[in-house]
Design a binder for this molecule. Structure first.
Ligand code: CTP
Ligand code: MG
Length: 335
């Protein structure tokens, strides 16, 4: 199966550009919604700095990385000088404060893998999760946002891929399929690999932004307004890229030996990462290197059952992009 030949693109692919762009447009949040998110953020920031003047509140996840569809929840990170043992105390205190300010459904989940406070704002209707000191997530959020600002096609492709993954039920980490974060990294890597390239590799360039978090040096070129023309040699429009993305993950990717790496802008071998065998729960059946926590394989949630589901979905999508009369409908049909 691995050696199935990649397909030649259908001749009429360009007629799909307009419908794919229409789907993309229908998914992006409105200015009004963005304003409401900002309003809630400002309220929470005010409440928090009143209690902890030294603390900082950051947005991470899809509301901060510009890959958020309309009606997304907001992910927030409270950066505060506290020992890990005392995080629960802070979360419980935070829940109290939020409850007294009439926020709804306030819950402190102190025993979760990532402890958080959840809440819903009755004024804007927006739900929100607040975690503590997940600073790497704040930085990888910036990396994704910076990539999105280089070439508009990344955001278009990632919205379509995320929409496909949600519609087809393969965006559920607790069921062994991939996170939205993993899908966006797959899109960035794919666009780094196009010839001519659509995206550069920011972490291989001269660093203009650098922070060290949990002993990990996070450094990359972040003056992305200087890179606005980077992808202009490549004129492939969105439909061709969607077609090629699914074709790559259906027939082009070497699942047995390869690791995709946004950090290096290249494909690495499982052997050089020592990801060739199962260790604990990490099976490495599809390998996606985290750009900063490079020992993290974002495919580690995938098991021997869900890898089949995923690969069949990639093949289904590739076949639809190749042969279907109406891919923009069929691709997103509920499973
Ligand atoms: N994250 C991470 N490592 C992971 C998963 C997630 O660092 N293994 C962080 C990333 O900063 C990511 C954020 O958590 O942006 C939220 O992850 P996820 O829910 O997968 O992505 P969203 O962009 O919020 O997607 P959605 O629109 O589906 O909410
Ligand atoms: Mg999210």
């Amino acid at each position: 199966r691995i050696f199935k030949r990649q397909m030649q693109c259908r001749f009429d692919i360009d007629r799909l550009n307009a419908p794919f762009l229409a789907i993309y447009d229908s998914l992006i949040p409105t200015e009004e919604e963005k304003a409401k998110q900002n309003q809630l953020f400002t309220l929470l920031e005010t409440l928090i700095t009143k209690e902890w003047p030294e603390a900082q509140l950051y947005v991470y996840g899809s509301c901060g990385n510009s890959f958020g569809v309309s009606k997304s929840d907001i992910d927030l990170c409270l950066a505060i000088d506290v020992a890990d043992d005392n995080k629960s105390e802070i979360l419980l205190r935070l829940a109290d404060i939020l409850q007294s300010d009439n926020l709804q459904n306030v819950q402190a989940l102190t025993r979760a893998r990532v402890p958080i406070v959840k809440l819903m704002d009755p004024v804007t209707g927006i739900s929100c999760d607040i975690c503590i000191n997940n600073v790497l997530a704040v930085i990888n959020t910036k990396l994704l946002r910076d990539y999105a600002n280089i070439d508009a096609r990344l955001r278009q492709l990632a919205f379509i891929v995320k929409h496909w993954a949600k519609s087809r039920g393969v965006n559920e980490t607790y069921q062994g399929t991939l996170s939205s974060y993993a899908y966006v990294l797959m899109c960035i890597h794919f666009l780094q690999q196009r010839r001519p390239a659509v995206l550069p590799c920011l972490q291989e360039m001269r660093s203009t932004y650098s922070v060290t978090v949990e002993n990990i040096e996070c450094a990359f070129f972040d003056q992305v307004d200087k890179l606005r023309d980077f992808g202009s040699q490549n004129r492939e429009p969105i439909a061709k890229l969607v077609w090629a993305f699914f074709n790559y993950w259906a027939y082009g990717h070497d699942y047995a030996n390869s690791v995709i790496s946004v950090r290096t802008g290249s494909v690495l071998s499982k052997r050089e990462k020592d990801w060739t065998r199962r260790i604990g729960n990490d099976r490495h059946l599809i390998c996606i290197e985290d750009p900063f926590e490079i020992s993290h394989d974002l495919g580690r949630v995938v098991d021997k059952y869900s890898i089949k589901v995923l690969r069949e979905e990639f093949e289904r999508a590739a076949e639809i992009m190749q042969y279907d009369a109406n891919p923009c409908v069929k691709l997103f049909e509920p499973y």
